[in-house]
Design a protein around this ligand. Sequence first.
Ligand code: FAD
Length: 287
Amino acid sequence: MSAVNLSYEFFPPKSERGQKNLLKVAQKLSRFNPGFVSVTYGAGGTTQAPTFDAVTAMSNAGLSTAAHLTCVDASRAQIDAIVDQYYHAGIRRIVALRGDSPDGIDAAYRPTPDGYAYASDLVAGIKSRRDIDISVSAYPERHPESGTWDAEIDNLKRKADAGADRAITQYFFKAETFLSFLEKVRAAGVTLPIVPGIMLQPNFEGLCNMSAKCGVAVPGDVRARFDRITADKDALKAETTQFARGLIEDLRAGGVTDFHLYTLNKSGIAAQISRSLTMPRRQNRVA
Ligand code: FAD
């Protein structure tokens, strides 16, 4: 099978101690040579400073780092200033998103009057100003606000046409979900590279709650698999590792080579999976 390319996603810690810990986690994972790491942007732009601090700390530590950025609650001028700030700090990667309403994921999204309305507008805005590599989102089970597959894929096409370099997907539980989405996207003539997002959340109950909010189906057999072990944290971690590993193997069998791991700022599960994917068997056993 072809070699894999990995990227890791983190969220911005709130405290200075959290920032230091995160840097350690990122440095541990850097041994697996990720193409890049990324740091999310809090809902409503609430983590602008912590995101900037985490992004620049990782970049200064030698990791190619992407800053997530959303359109929420900010004018174009404010967003442009943030982009420039990143550019001047040496950051050349952005994950460009629309974001959700500051009132919550369930509340109706309203574009800021003088802001970028959708992710495709943000991509165009960034590309018109700076030479920056841009990742965007994609949804193998459709974004909850996309009424039809045509709407979903038209949106992805708009983002590709605006200059996006790749899309990273929402997490999902079955390889077929991603592979059939990819088929639809390619059939529509969209050639943008699409990287599956792999969730490493061992708190399965919490993950089910989040999935319900963001339109991700939890298949019955997956639920049954995790329901057997909800009380034991170590067993849940082991099952999460095994599940994600299996999902990645199924995707690799379908020809996928790039994977974006949602790390939840922990190195344990991400390192185990990365080691098994990137290191020769012997080294993998010893490590
Ligand atoms: P868009 O691509 O703009 O699309 C959102 C919806 O609007 C879609 O249903 C689309 O069909 C519709 N739409 C697009 N253009 C138009 C138009 N012109 N007219 C009408 N409808 C339109 N959120 C955060 O707050 N911070 C993060 O750091 C973050 N990181 C993420 C990373 C990844 C990989 C993913 C998959 C999601 C991330 N999110 C993040 C969540 C994301 O912000 C939400 O899912 C949000 O609801 C949509 O953002 P988007 O960029 O996908 O939106």
